[in-house]
Ligand binder design. Structure first.
Ligand SMILES: [Cu+2]
Length: 171
């Protein structure tokens, strides 16, 4: 799979050198790669050297705490992809990760980083990769509690029935 990916990248690079049809490359970002900011911008964005396709854009900002600080879905407009950001949290390095479909149809992905120098008061989202665990992690009571509870209730019921039978209170 990695070999295939490398081969695809190589093909892209080759196509880029040989013909006019090259895949898009990121040329700038907000915040700029390697920059230091005191507050997060309203939207984080990455701009490319040519127009992007609208299909399946992804842009996330993950903080030094490992949490997702970008909100909602990535939006493609012309040569840029952006996502709502706003107020951030802990001081440290934030990573902008993008994945877009380049004009020639190839996926292009990468990361940019920036540093927050002043702690913000924003509220983080989930940890990336928690998507599938959303229903489980917030459930509170794990399933085994119900199973143990059921067994205890069943045992208690059985004991009552047996004792009741012995004492002759049951008809
Ligand atoms: Cu390409």
């Amino acid at each position: 799979m990695l070999v295939g990916l490398l081969a695809a990248l190589f093909a892209c690079a080759f196509a880029a050198a040989g013909t006019a049809a090259a895949h898009s490359g990121a040329v700038s970002s907000v915040p700029e790669n390697g920059s230091t900011v005191e507050v997060g911008p309203a939207r984080a964005s990455v701009t490319f050297n040519e127009e992007l396709q609208q299909s399946f854009p992804s842009l996330t900002v993950v903080g030094p705490d490992g949490r997702l600080w970008s909100k909602g879905k990535a939006l493609v407009e012309g040569r840029s992809v952006s996502v709502e950001l706003g107020e951030l949290g802990p001081v440290g390095e934030y990573t902008i990760a993008f994945r877009v479909t380049s004009a020639d149809g190839h996926p292009v992905s990468g990361t940019r980083t920036f540093t927050l120098s002043k702690a913000g008061t924003g509220t983080p989202g989930a940890r990336p990769g928690d998507d599938t665990a959303d229903g489980d992690s917030d459930g509170g009571v794990p399933v085994w509690v119900f199973i143990v509870g059921g067994v205890v209730l069943f045992g208690a019921g059985l004991a009552v029935a047996l004792l009741g039978g012995r004492s002759g209170r049951k008809k």
